[in-house]
Write a protein that binds this ligand. Sequence first.
Ligand SMILES: Nc1nc2c(ncn2[C@@H]2O[C@H](COP(=O)(O)OP(=O)(O)OP(=O)(O)O)[C@@H](O)[C@H]2O)c(=O)[nH]1
Ligand SMILES: [Mg+2]
Length: 208
Amino acid sequence: MDSALSSPSTGPGTGGMYLDGENQTLVKLLVAGPFGVGKTTLIRALSETPPLHTEEVMTKTGAMVDDLAGVRDKTTTTVAIDFGRLTLPGDLVLYLFGTPGQKRFRPLWQDIARGALGALVLADTRRLADSFEVMDIVEEAGLRYAVAVNTFPDAPQYDVDKLREALDLHPETPLVLCDARDRDQSVDALIALVHHVLDNLPEENPNP
Ligand SMILES: Nc1nc2c(ncn2[C@@H]2O[C@H](COP(=O)(O)OP(=O)(O)OP(=O)(O)O)[C@@H](O)[C@H]2O)c(=O)[nH]1
Ligand SMILES: [Mg+2]
């Protein structure tokens, strides 16, 4: 892995970095995944600006549509988007948009995906199949993606090969394990995605 991307230059509360607009490369990425998989947690863990959240307390009515299996202690859900920012060495500024996982938010995707270069799809080994639909939507949107398995302590653990097989991943698609609450692990997951995206950028037409 390119050492220039091995660690972020700033952390939360360190004052952050400000856009001078000159030398920075801005990259829009999505953090996607099913209900309660840890999207908000991951963006909160690594954003260098106070992350924007649109979190709402879940109601009994919502419990009829949001499947609480495996996420029993959850009391809030993201109703629109999460937003955070992370600057990597090399003046690469990542703009992170957490996208709602519930099927009923699918119509939002066209807008959220506009201008995005890739997506980090979160998965939970207790509910791997829930990530399939998200991977489908991401592929439909024409985005490259990496999968980050959020390692909840009470979830079964599998080795990476087994997980790749279960998720039916393309050999080039990165798969990483991370605890979404851990900043370093979450940053590493995003770096894997950034490498994948940058390594596969369409070649510029030399004779436009
Ligand atoms: N133990 C553990 N708990 C986690 C981890 N990641 C998230 N959680 C908890 O799991 C719950 C769900 O996390 P969220 O970040 O709200 O999930 P989300 O994907 O944003 O959920 P929605 O926006 O409702 O789709 C929260 O109570 C988190 O504290 C993890 O890695 N380990
Ligand atoms: Mg959320």
